[in-house]
Design a protein around this ligand. Structure first.
Ligand SMILES: NC(=O)c1ccc[n+]([C@@H]2O[C@H](COP(=O)([O-])OP(=O)(O)OC[C@H]3O[C@@H](n4cnc5c(N)ncnc54)[C@H](O)[C@@H]3O)[C@@H](O)[C@H]2O)c1
Length: 270
């Protein structure tokens, strides 16, 4: 039996990409999973998929494939009532919440002159406000349980340095890193740890958008992706969802690591 066997994890954005990879890895560690997602987005931050995110449909598929009592939940992380219901439902059906991974996130790319207020708000809503709401509801549940817990926020290397055309996204991810460090101190005496993972470049649906947005004239999406890796990553290779899951397992177990933001980025410290 490993350290995580029998523990309950709730993962937002758990139906796709990095969240899905962490959900599958946690299940292999013997955890019981609540996989949360959202199908119809209410704001415009998701224009790279359209408003139909398909995240809940994907979460249901991931939960079914994992089995072992895994459940799927629909929640918009920008909506306080949804988030509170998501945490309450996890506690009701699975008994408790030991680990919460806040992986829901959105991106667009836009020069500052073309950035609309709505686009700014919608990116900040999901990435920054979503972090506040999910962490707040999780802390309340962990306090009820009274025996600590682990919160893992998925920030980004964009929470450590700026990238042109990502002012809104970088601001939102810097916010996640700062929020995490502050909350960690607030709950430190309650054995609740709060940390971030800062991924570098991982081939998820986010890069479907970026491969178009960052393209030079005539470049294919594959060429854009290869250029980004070559330009930004000293190791010269992309990171994988498995890399993120390794760090998530570490942070889900480590009792005395808190307030930190760990890059998993192949050395990408611009
Ligand atoms: N892929 C990368 O290279 C990379 C790099 C750094 C950071 N990240 C971060 O990793 C996290 C996961 O992204 P990913 O790359 O797996 O892409 P992804 O698009 O597969 O995952 C994002 C998830 O968030 C969900 N989501 C969006 N808006 C939501 C809302 N309002 N409520 C609930 N769920 C919502 C989406 O449905 C999706 O499941 C994000 O926070 C992203 O910013 C990704």
């Amino acid at each position: 039996m490993g350290a995580l066997t029998g523990k309950v994890a709730l993962i937002t954005g758990g139906g796709t990409g990095i969240g899905k990879g962490i959900a599958e890895r946690f299940a292999r560690e013997g955890m019981t999973l609540a996989v949360a997602g959202l199908d119809q987005a209410k704001n415009s931050a998701t224009q790279y998929y359209g408003r139909n995110l398909g995240g809940y449909t994907a979460a249901k598929q991931v939960a079914a494939a994992i089995g072992n009592g895994a459940i799927a939940l629909e929640a918009d992380v920008t909506n306080s009532a949804d988030v509170q219901a998501m945490v309450a439902e996890t506690a009701k059906r699975l008994g408790r919440v030991d680990v919460m991974v806040n992986c829901a996130g959105v991106i667009t790319a836009r020069p500052i002159a073309e950035m609309t207020e709505d686009e700014w708000d919608s990116i900040m809503d999901v990435n920054a406000k979503g972090t506040f709401l999910t962490n707040q509801a999780t802390v309340a549940q962990m306090r009820k349980q009274g025996d600590g817990g682990r919160i893992i926020n998925i920030a980004s290397v964009a929470g450590k340095f700026g990238t042109a055309t990502l002012t809104h996204y970088c601001a939102s991810k810097f916010a996640v890193v700062g929020f995490t460090n502050a909350l960690a101190k607030e709950v430190a005496r309650e054995a609740i740890t709060v940390n971030c993972i800062c991924p570098g470049i991982v081939a998820t649906q986010m890069w479907v958008l970026l491969n178009t947005s960052f393209a030079n004239p005539g470049e294919t999406p594959e060429q854009v992706y290869a250029r980004a890796i070559d330009r930004y990553i000293p190791q010269g290779v992309e990171q994988t969802v498995a890399d993120m899951a390794d760090m998530a397992v570490f942070l889900a177990t480590a009792p005395h690591v808190t307030g930190q933001a760990y890059n998993v980025d192949g050395g990408m410290d611009l």
